[in-house]
Structures are given as C-alpha cells and as structure tokens.
Design a protein around this ligand. Structure first.
Ligand code: PXG
Length: 459
C-alpha cells in the first residue's frame, strides 16, 4: 500500500501549502516566508520530516498521542472496522458494536460514579455539548435561571464558539465578540505568576476563593456550573496547589453548582492516573474527553456524566435535541476502544505514575539550575519551564513571548518538539517514553536553553 508522502518533495509540498492551505492558529503571511515543515512519518516518540530529519516529539502530537506512534493494532482495527461497517449513525434507535464496547470500557476506566457517555468528534465539541447539557439539566430540574458557567482566564476549552467562550484566551475573545453571554472568568491558580508572596497551599485556597466571590457577586441561583482543566495545559501548564481542587469542589457543593472537569489533556494517563481529577482528589459531575481517548489516531471525544446527573436527564428530560453526525462513529470508537485497552493492558498509566513519571520529573527539575529557568514544574508526563530575566524577582523578558518563541525555534531546529506559551516552555510527551528517551529529551532541552541564553547574551 503506497501513501501520499512520495508524491512530492519538500519544495513541492511547500508550494501547495502556500497556494491552498490555511493552517490552524497561524499567521499565513508569515508562514509563507519561512515555508512549512512537512511531517511524513512517525514511530514511538519520534517524528520524521520530508527532508529525512528526525525530531523527538516532546508534545505527543498536540498532547494526544499517549500510546506513541506506530501501533499496528490501531491500524488493523481501523481497517477491519472500515471493511465491516465504516460508518453508521446512532440517532434513530440504532447503535453499533464499537460504540457500545467503548461505552462499557469508558464506564470501567473513568471514576466509579460516572457510567454514561455522549460521544463527540473533538474536545471543542465535548465542551459545546457540556454547555448545552448543563443548561438543559437545570431546565429539567425546574431552575432555568441557572445558566451562567464560570471558567478561568488562560483556560483552553476549544475553538468553537462555545469552546472559545468557555476558554479564557483574551486574544481569541477579541476575534469575533466572545465570550457569548452567560460565561464569566476568574483568575487561574497560577502560583508562579500570581502567588509569589504566599505559600502554594495558602495561595491555592485564595485562588479557589475567587470562585466563591464570583458566585456571590452574580447570585448562586444564576450559576449553572464551574468548568476547569485539572491542569491548565495550553494556558502554560498551570498546576494548581494541592489545596485548590478540594476547595473548589467544596464551594461547588455548597452552592449546588455542577463541577465540570475538562480532561481533554489530563485524561487517559497524563498525570499518572486515568484522569486528572483523581490526581487532584475531586469528583466531577461531567468530564470532557478527547485527545488521549484515541491517542489521536482518529478524531473522537466524549462527555462522561455522573450517575445522579444522568438520571435527572434520563428520567425527566425527554429528548435532548443534541448530537453530531459522527457521535459514536464506529471506526473511531473501535480505535479508541483498542487504544484504551492498550493503555490498560500494558499498564502505561501505572508506569507513568510509579516509574517513568517520577523519573521525568526528577530529570526535568534539574533544568531549574539553568540561568534562564525561574521554575521547572510538572506532574506525571506534563512539564513546564518558566523563562525569566531575573530568577529572584521572577521578572520576565520584554516583550513577553519573544524569548519563548526563540527557544521554541531552537528546539524545532535541533530535533526537539517543545512548545512555548508566551515565555513558558511546555512538554507533554507520549506516555511510552523510556528512561533513555527522557534523558535525550532533557539533554536536548538543555542544549536549546543554552542556545537561547547565548542568543540573548545571558550566561
Ligand atoms: N479542552 C482542552 C483542555 C484542550 O486542551 C480542547 C478542549 C479542544 O479540543 P479540540 O479537539 O477541539 O482541539 C483542548 C485542545 C496548544 C493547543 O496550542 C491545545 C489544544 C488544541 C490546539 C492547540 O497547546 N487543546
């Protein structure tokens, strides 16, 4: 079987890219100058571009290729399912074996109080579904005034209208009059940036208190839900202090507000447990899932729903007018089901929790001695480095984001995919990464920090 990759050389692909392709989140004019990098192949934790250069993928694609690249089982299961039943919908009293097998398996691997799932095609669609679901839930409960959803600045919940509104990215809000009504934001539990004068534990309680303040300001009877990523990923790997989530949960329960965990990044093992809410010790009412659910091999997402909440909707809600053509797509479900079984049977989550996660975190923290690094933090297989001008005062370089981009470009040119969020460097590698590959990741990261420092004249 031949693939498309041999059809053109790099220049040929780049020419097509310039003529026809609008990339996501990209300044097209600027990209035309540099030309795109064409990724043609991947295996394990490695990527190859069309010039044959090899890159260590410190981001697992886009936080998603949890089981690593090149797993034949997923290709085989997709091919077999496509031959048998590539597609059929689940709307009109029909279902298919993969969607049912996946539903059952998700009920097993998610927290015990969550046993019902609605399927989507992505994380954004999961959060759109959640917005509609929680408002409908309060209607069914006879409390239609409970409409507002509280989220956080620097949250990322997707790129659709509801996803971008729930997210707290001001640059996204500025393009297209977002957020839509009924969505408000509080500050994130970003200790390094906002909590310098307090201990992390004290700061965690203060940051959770911002939720209670917002609830009281708006009136508890108007609040439908609070939504948060256990760790804010795209916002810069903001890891809350341990005191934060239990206090958030207490506040939600006190005011009867639904607690939504966006597990699109943290889910399926990234923090060393199946879900981030388990790492931080809270029980969500709804959970958004995507990414690691299929390790990115095919697009699929879902919303996991707690029993009490599902019962209200099932017993009292009648038909919920919501769903997508691809909700419960048989081929995507078959691949997700096999992916989750691989995660479980190969004990990859336990490996991250007990072995490779602690090893990565130990090695990653060594980078804190670098002159540019103000903080090296992480949990499991997620990590961040704060690049600063002055470690003692935590002063950033000006303009914000320039040093991060410089470092990111050095990484990309030197065989390492590491992302920059402003001046925070972040990693989220495939969960299959070995000790030797972790060593390679950390040594490449250090080399690129050195190159960045050299370019800035810092030593
Ligand atoms: N929730 C979270 C927590 C995410 O990280 C989404 C929802 C939306 O998922 P979809 O599948 O609709 O993209 C995400 C996605 C980045 C980056 O630059 C992160 C995401 C997407 C694109 C870029 O780090 N996360």
């Amino acid at each position: 079987m031949t693939t498309l990759s041999s059809r053109h050389d790099t220049a040929g692909w780049q020419a097509i890219d310039r003529r026809h392709f609008l990339h996501p989140f990209t300044d097209t004019k600027a990209l035309r100058e540099t030309g795109t990098r064409v990724i043609v192949r991947a295996d394990g934790v490695w990527l190859w571009d069309s010039n044959g250069e090899r890159l260590l993928d410190g981001m697992a694609g886009l936080w998603c290729v949890n089981i690593g690249y090149g797993r034949d089982e997923l290709a085989e299961v997709a091919a077999a399912q496509m031959r048998e039943l590539p597609y059929y919908n689940n709307f009109f009293k029909t279902a298919n074996p993969p969607v049912l097998a996946l539903s059952e398996l998700l009920a097993e691997v998610t927290p015990a109080h969550m046993n019902h799932v609605m399927f989507t095609g992505s994380g954004s669609e999961s959060n759109d579904t959640i917005l509609r679901f929680v408002r409908r839930y309060w209607d069914v409960r006879g409390k239609p005034r409970r409409k507002t959803i509280i989220s956080r600045w620097q949250a990322y919940h997707g790129s659709t209208v509801a996803g971008a509104s729930l997210g707290g990215m001001t640059a996204m809000h500025a393009q297209g009059d977002l957020p839509i009504p009924g969505i408000v934001h509080i500050d994130p539990p970003y200790w390094y940036q906002l909590g310098a004068t307090q201990s992390p534990a004290e700061f965690g309680l203060r940051a959770a208190g911002w939720l209670e303040q917002k609830i009281l300001e708006l009136g508890p009877e108007t609040i439908a839900a609070f939504i948060g990523e256990p760790i804010q990923g795209a916002g810069g790997v903001i890891i809350p202090p341990d005191t934060y989530w239990p206090e958030i949960e207490r506040i939600c329960r006190k005011y009867g507000i639904l607690l939504v965990a966006d597990e699109v990044i943290c889910g399926f093992g990234r923090t060393g447990n199946w879900f981030g809410c388990e790492t931080f010790g809270f029980k969500p009412d709804l959970m958004a899932m995507a990414k690691g659910m299929s390790s990115g091999y095919l697009p699929i997402g879902g919303v996991m729903i707690a029993d009490e909440v599902a019962t209200v909707m099932i017993e009292g809600g009648g038909e919920f007018f919501h769903g997508y053509t691809y909700s419960g797509h048989p081929t995507c479900c078959a691949v997700a089901e096999r992916n989750i079984r691989i995660l479980r049977d190969e004990r990859l989550v336990e490996r991250v929790r007990e072995d490779t996660g602690p090893y990565l975190q130990r090695r990653w923290r060594e980078l804190a001695d670098h002159p540019l690094v103000g903080e090296a933090r992480g949990i499991g297989f997620i990590g961040a480095l704060e690049l600063v001008k002055d470690k003692a005062t935590r002063e950033r370089f000006a303009p914000l984001g320039e040093v991060g981009t410089l470092c990111r470009d050095f990484c990309f040119a030197n065989g390492l995919v590491m992302r920059a969020v402003w001046d925070t460097m972040i990693i989220s590698p495939p969960l299959v990464m070995t000790h030797a590959e972790i060593d390679e990741l950390v040594s490449r990261a250090r080399r690129c920090l050195d190159l960045t420092a050299g370019a800035l004249g810092v030593n």
